[in-house]
Design a protein. Structure first.
Length: 416
């Protein structure tokens, strides 16, 4: 397939102008006025995009070999993913390719896991402060209302999780992959529980400890640099938010076995992770190379068998569909608003890499097969009430505690 045929098949809806090396201009799509205009500077760029579209476009944008004359990288990726959604432009990876990726990229032994975490999470804290909320929540927010700010939606996410954990005063809670400590501190304050957070990031550990001390929570919240496979002790509640994507398929059984071993007999766990709705796949090459080495977004069909083999009850499953698209949209806008600061802290290529990552991730949730899931687990069938009403009651009580004049919930409709 030559490049012109490839591009005409790719862009059928909307309008884009692409100037090829040598000056030839292609006007593609079914619209009148192009919303995006792109110049590709050389034949090698074309060849790389044809060979590996995600990696090829990402690297071309980072290196200045793909020049946006109109629109920004989010506009380009929105147009591309909207066109490719459901069009079967690219073959899904077969079982052999998935097995190879699992063995070669996702083993995540202790040393590899620590190195992979450092690659992403030990970047400057100032980078994350540019686009996250003040509590540094680096995971999917929960938009109970369409007009919620990012800060409000992240607070709602923490209430949603706390309600599902059915916290009781005096309980011991384990937070696997605790980030910069925000969730652990919120749980300790919300329910008078003791929380131990573990991470593999030096930067996160230092920040989490400093924040707990500053909030007067050092006696109730502790943090350590510990792999989930090396945790000791028993816990009434276990929570893991945004960490399971880094476990890797070869380690799913070890992860859920560790959950089962660390939970008390009447304990409850909640796993919050990005997932995919279309079944097992592989990590795209751009993300694997530049953003999350060793990472993998699982399908529920890959996760639940390991939980079942660990002897755990799957007591509740919730799928959050467009919440992360809205979260990433906020992050991208905030990053762009402070782009000059990031270019001074790192460089132009780094900024373009992060723009491509944030915009591409948003499109994966908006038009692709990505979603979030929350899996609630227990060791005993009677560890929790047998209807979900306790979740709603606890969530509402927490909201009233934070906002005594909170308004009733409204329905958030998908974007058309």
């Amino acid at each position: 397939m030559n490049i012109e045929t490839f591009l005409r098949r790719m862009f059928r809806v909307g309008a884009i102008a692409i100037r090829l090396p040598g000056g030839r201009l292609l006007n593609l799509g079914d619209g009148d006025e192009p919303t995006v205009a792109v110049t590709l500077v050389d034949q090698m760029t074309l060849a790389r995009i044809m060979a590996a579209p995600s990696l090829g476009v990402g690297e071309a944008y980072m290196d200045g070999r793909l020049i946006l004359e109109r629109g920004d990288i989010r506009d380009l990726l929105e147009l591309a993913t909207r066109n490719s959604a459901g069009a079967r432009m690219f073959k899904r990876p077969g079982p052999m390719k998935r097995a190879w990726a699992s063995v070669m990229r996702e083993q995540n032994a202790r040393r590899d896991a620590r190195r992979n975490v450092k690659h992403h999470y030990d970047l400057s804290l100032e980078l994350y402060r540019t686009f996250l909320d003040p509590d540094l929540q680096y995971s999917c927010a929960y938009f109970e209302r369409d007009d919620m700010s990012l800060e409000e939606a992240q607070a709602a996410k923490k209430r949603h999780i706390a309600a599902k954990l059915d916290l009781q005063p005096g309980q011991k809670v384990l937070d696997i992959g605790c980030g910069w400590g925000g969730l652990a501190m919120s749980l300790a304050e919300a329910a008078d529980v003791g929380v131990r957070g573990v991470t593999l990031s030096d930067e996160q550990l230092t920040t989490a400890r400093a924040r707990a001390a500053a909030h007067g929570l050092a006696g109730k919240v502790s943090f350590s640099l510990t792999d989930y496979r090396d945790i000791d002790g028993q816990f009434d509640r276990i929570v893991s938010v945004g960490m399971f994507e880094h476990v890797g398929r070869p380690n799913y059984q070890a992860f859920f076995d560790a959950i089962a071993e660390r939970l008390t007999d009447d304990g409850v766990a909640l796993i919050h992770s990005i997932g995919r709705s279309s079944g097992p796949s592989t990590t795209d090459r751009f993300t694997a190379k530049y953003i999350f080495p060793g990472g993998y977004i699982p399908a529920l069909s890959e996760v639940l068998p390991a939980a079942e083999r660990a002897g755990l009850w799957v007591t509740d499953v919730e799928v959050l569909r467009l919440h992360y698209a809205k979260t990433l949209h906020c992050w991208y806008d905030r990053f762009r608003a402070r782009r000059e600061e990031m270019a001074a802290l790192y460089d132009e290529r780094f900024c373009r890499m992060w723009e491509f990552y944030l915009a591409g991730a948003e499109m994966g949730f908006l038009y692709g097969d990505h979603m979030n899931f929350q899996i609630q687990l227990s060791k005993r069938v009677d560890a929790l009430p047998i209807t979900r009403r306790y979740m709603d009651a606890a969530e509402h009580a927490l909201e009233l505690r934070e906002h005594p004049t909170a308004r009733p919930l409204s329905v958030v409709r998908p974007r058309k």
